[in-house]
Each structure stands twice: as structure tokens, then as C-alpha cells.
Design a protein. Sequence first.
Length: 254
Amino acid sequence: MVGDIYSNQAVAKSLPRWPHFPQLRSFLSEAGANPGRIRARVARFVPLTLVGEARECEFPAVPPLEPSLTAIFLPKAMFFFGGRRPTPPSPCDQVTTRLTDRAHQCAAQAAAAVNNVLLLASSLSSIAAQPVALPSELADEIGKIAATTLTLSSALAVTQSRIMAWMTMIQRNLWLNMSQLPEQTRKGLLEGPISPKGLFGPFLNRALTHLQEASEEADRVKEHTSWVQAAPQAFGFQASWRGRREQRSPWPRL
């Protein structure tokens, strides 16, 4: 029932869909009950979320910082988590990297689960398409349900991939704030393509090459303009020498 927009009577609203999924609500509230204790990956769902011959390592954390950048961001010392991954020196930043790693792992596990949902929906539609399996009307209905499931699964895959990308960008930004790199280079490293081989991906080599070329160009300019700085110094030396000569005695030495 819809009320008059000019009346003070409350407008009746349709009931939400939550009552149809009581278990889903409990799953969603589970993480909020004690967020400090939740871990990634979700162990009880690992067998159902593995893809093909994949193992648990298919739920990766954010790609680690490249060794070539460790000296730039941490010139005085190197900090490692578990003896392998460089971590920031600040305890606050260490918490950020740990939480983003877990979020990245959970998003990867969710994407793997979506992959298996897609396989099940595709199998269901192929079974329903067999001529003697089901009545045609029921087969058509199952086909529509499977198609909608595929669309929703695609939406889940896209959203999970964006979560993984944003977790990576958070860690990139954290490391870039420790550097003295030019603003344009930092922006390119922050928004560059993502690769599992390293935190900053394929854009890193291009950025380092650009910085090297800029440094070499600055050295060449400094070399060619060094005489400009040397000339005033030489002029000052000659002037001081001439002044001291004028102060000498006018009588010749014997």
C-alpha cells in the first residue's frame, strides 16, 4: 500500500529479502562480532573454493615489494615479515599491510568460489538442455535461472577483482609516501598495472628507466654548466690577488 505523499501517515514498505536468507545474515554478522580474530583464508571453505588442481596458495596476499625498491624506500635498514616480505618500519603501517593482505586473500578465495559457482550453473543448464531430461517448460526455467546465476557470478568476480586491486593500491600508496620520488612518478607507480610478480608491476621498470635517464641528463647539464659557477670564483681570486698587490710597498726589492 502506498500512502499520500502529503499526509503524515507512514508509508507501508515491502519487507526486505533478508528473511528468506536467515543463514546468510548470520554469515555476514560473524566477522563483525570479533574482527580482531578473523583470519584469511576461511579454512572451512577451502575444499569448496579450490579451482582445478590449485592449492591454498591460490589465495595470495598483496604482491610483495620488489627488491629493487627496498633500497629506495628503506635505505638504512630492511624489515622483513616471516623472513621473506619487506614490511614498513612503522607499527601502524605494519598493521595496515597485514589487514590488506588478509582482505586480498579473502577476495581471492571469494573469486575462486565464484568460479566454481559458474561451473555448477553451467553444468545445470547443460543437463536441462538434454531433450529427455526434463519437460521443455521446466528446462527453459532452469536455463533462465542458470543464466541469471552466471550474470550475478560475473558481478561478484568483477567486484572481488576491484577489492584486490584497491588493497594493492593501499599498500603501494603506503610505500610511496616513504619515498622522495617525483609526483608524476609516484602517480604512475600508484595507478600502474598490477602483476602477481611484484607490488608495482610492469610499470616499475619503465619508471626506473625514466628516473635513470633524468638523473643522467641532470649530470650532463651540471657538467656543461660547471664553468658558469667556476668563473665567478676565478674572478674573485684575481680581484683579491690584485688588491693584495696594490697594497704592497711601491719600492722595489733589493
